[in-house]
Design a protein around this ligand. Structure first.
Ligand SMILES: Cc1ncc(COP(=O)(O)O)c(C=O)c1O
Length: 408
């Protein structure tokens, strides 16, 4: 029997009646990590003020001689990401990491922030908010559709950097389109032009091997609650040493002007257990074998995408080098074109066929994004392929004809 596949499902709290092909959206936390988190909760509740004020962050009333608990966890995560613990702090999620950087920078009238058209929606909102308040603007780079070569992304971003560009935000792995960007090449182009780069690595840690310093970016924010198997809400913000003095958390609290680490660590009252339990998720992945796990998940995504495209008779042209553990495949044109079509098909798949998958409209048609995780196997993707075909609008009476007519 393979190390991975459906027999691992009992280690996850997922409903066994559902084929879950959507690990990427909000992550899933393994049972043993949830148990570690509960043990932390129990430990905190035995003496909450002692833990929260004295043991957690190293700020203020901290009398403990031992390393602050948050630092110990941050160092374990940093080691997993090839980073120095001194450069890495926890944030609640990647969106908070992005907001922290955007709020830390001074934009002026006429400045611009470069993003791409594959940016995550909430990140675009944060960029527009930060720019708009200062009379700056957001420049949204159009990438080719489809992207056939990672160099197309690098060139498009490089071409769009102008004299007014004060920040580039680039994904490590995009959300809906699930494209692994050539992030080190993008970072090199930004450096050559003297423009700082913020990497949105929401889908990076755990999914692929990430060595943050070697990317050469100025900031890297990434979730652990997606592919790092930590509880929600747990993410990191890594900051290059030269940028740390100017980098502040999105919420200013007790660590104000106490240096990069305390600015973030000595925060207002919050639940620290997702962060403190993060090393348990990493330990579990390591026990299963990081390389084997990634190979399994990648193969599911890559082979799965090709199976879907073959069964649906659509084109899947993404190069394998741009696929991590997710892949996005177009549906046949007759399935529709709007968000409403996507929502309805996705709901039918979940509530009637027992399959959870991400689905969205893009470029005049619907697309399905599959995630490969250790509890999945290729038969899950085959089930999705057949379930979608069984819902082919033209093959249905009444509602099918209506859905088909709406594609124009
Ligand atoms: C590329 C990308 N960036 C940012 C986010 C936001 O993640 P979070 O909601 O954990 O902040 C997501 C979530 O899916 C994402 O896909």
């Amino acid at each position: 029997m393979s190390t991975f596949g459906r027999h691992r499902l009992p280690e996850w709290p997922l409903d066994p009646g559902i084929v879950y092909l959507n690990h990427g959206t909000v992550g899933v936390t393994p049972r043993r990590v949830l148990e570690a988190q509960q043990a932390l909760r129990d430990e905190i509740e035995r003496s909450p003020s002692r833990f929260m004020l004295r043991e957690l962050s190293g700020g203020g009333a901290s009398a403990s001689k031992s390393k602050p608990r948050l630092r110990a966890a941050a160092e374990a995560v940093a080691e997993f990401l090839g980073a120095d613990g001194e450069d890495l702090v926890f944030v609640e999620n990647a969106t908070t990491g992005v907001n922290a950087v955007l709020r830390s920078l001074e934009f002026g009238a006429g400045d611009d922030i470069v993003i791409t058209d594959r940016v995550y929606g909430a990140v675009e909102h944060a960029a527009r908010h930060a720019a708009g308040r200062r009379g700056a603007s957001v420049r949204r780079v159009e990438l080719p559709e489809p992207v056939r070569d990672p160099a197309q992304v690098t060139e498009a971003i490089d071409d769009s950097i102008g004299a007014a560009t004060k920040l580039v935000i680039a994904d490590h792995i995009t959300s809906e389109s699930a494209l692994l960007f050539p992030i080190a090449e993008i970072a090199a182009r930004c450096r050559a032009k003297g423009v700082p780069l913020l990497v949105d690595g929401a889908h990076g840690p755990g999914a692929i091997a990430v060595d943050i310093p070697s990317i050469g970016a100025d900031w890297y924010t990434g979730n652990l609650h997606k592919w790092g198997w930590s509880p929600r809400s747990c993410a990191i913000l890594w900051t290059a040493p030269a940028r740390q003095a100017e980098t502040r958390p999105a919420v200013i609290s007790w660590g104000y002007e106490q240096g990069y680490l305390l600015e973030f660590d000595w925060a207002a009252t919050r639940d620290p257990t997702p962060m403190l339990a993060a090393p348990e998720g990493i330990a579990f992945m390591r026990e299963l074998g990081l390389d084997d796990m990634r190979r399994w998940n990648h193969t599911l995504a890559w082979q799965g995408a090709r199976i879907l495209a073959a069964r649906w008779e659509t084109d899947f042209v993404t190069p394998e080098s741009m696929i991590g553990t997710m892949a996005t495949v177009p549906l046949p044109a007759e399935y529709g074109v709007t968000s409403d079509h996507a929502v309805r098909l996705r709901a039918a798949l979940l509530f009637e066929d027992g399959i959870e998958v991400q689905m969205h409209p893009w470029s005049g048609r619907l697309w399905a994004r599959i995630s490969g995780q250790v509890y999945n196997e290729i038969s899950d993707v085959e089930r999705l392929a057949e379930a979608v075909l069984a819902r082919r609008p033209a093959a249905r009476t009444g509602e099918g004809a209506e859905a088909g007519a709406r594609t124009g």
